[in-house]
Design a binder for this molecule. Structure first.
Ligand SMILES: Cc1cc2nc3c(=O)[nH]c(=O)nc-3n(C[C@H](O)[C@H](O)[C@H](O)COP(=O)(O)O)c2cc1C
Length: 220
């Protein structure tokens, strides 16, 4: 059984719709278990047992949403330190609104998430232009859907965009299945000291406490 964790954030529901399509695509691959979770609910244990991780973010002020960033800083970073991300398969997708004819920041958001995955030693699945739906949600790194019209009116994402997400989920699940239980990466470099690891864990705990004591910002 291959385990695919899909972690996303959403405020208006479009990224959730895309996440569901990605999940259905992953589930279409035989012997695949899909765990679909809000990024804020993902634990270290969820990431540890996952063979593949797909991050889905709304585009927020030209970058990934802070809830995804919190997951990267508070969960991924600790597992980066202990080298537990090495060899896992990764993928990303975004939903932006944009203003004018460009979905501003989706590429930066995707590359930011992929950067964190690359740092962990993950095998990254990109998004070929052969994929159905690429013409409306195409970005080289992962599907990039857009929920806003030219004047920022909230029109919502289309079925063609979710089709791109479905195929991306299936692609990631197939790659994860092919690589499962294969130890492909060289090891032997000296891990950071226990003191450094304790420092990172302390930082993650402090950030989590700060987050829990701050009410979520109002969004309109
Ligand atoms: C405060 C705020 C900032 C945003 N910044 C961007 C942005 O920089 N680029 C972009 O393409 N869309 C931006 N959007 C649009 C959202 O990405 C879009 O509404 C998306 O559908 C949000 O995901 P959700 O529907 O899952 O909540 C922004 C929206 C809000 C509310």
């Amino acid at each position: 059984m291959t385990r695919v964790l899909i972690a996303y954030a959403t405020t208006f529901g479009n990224t959730e719709k895309m996440a569901n399509a990605v999940a259905n695509g992953a589930k279409s691959v035989e012997e695949t278990e899909v765990i679909l979770k809000l990024a804020t609910d993902v634990t270290q244990a969820d990431v540890r047992v996952a063979d593949a991780i797909i991050l889905g973010s709304p585009v927020r002020h030209r970058n990934a949403d802070s809830r995804i960033q919190m997951l990267i800083e508070n969960v991924f970073e600790q597992l980066w330190l202990t080298d537990e991300m090495v060899g896992k398969v990764g993928g990303v997708f975004t939903v932006g609104g944009g203003y004018g004819n460009m979905g501003a920041g989706c590429e930066l958001a995707q590359l930011g998430m992929m950067g964190a995955m690359a740092a962990g030693g993950m095998v990254l699945v990109t998004f070929p232009k052969t994929t159905p739906g690429f013409q409306v949600a195409g970005m080289h790194w992962g599907p990039a859907a857009r929920s806003g019209g030219l004047a920022m009116e909230p029109v919502g994402i289309t079925d063609e965009m979710t089709r791109a997400g479905w195929h991306h989920g299936a692609n990631v699940a197939r790659v994860a299945a092919a690589l499962q239980n294969q130890d492909l990466f060289a090891r032997g470099n000296i891990a950071p000291s226990p003191e450094a690891q304790a420092m990172f864990a302390q930082m993650a705990r402090a950030a989590q406490q700060r987050d829990e004591s701050t009410p979520p910002p109002a969004m309109g």
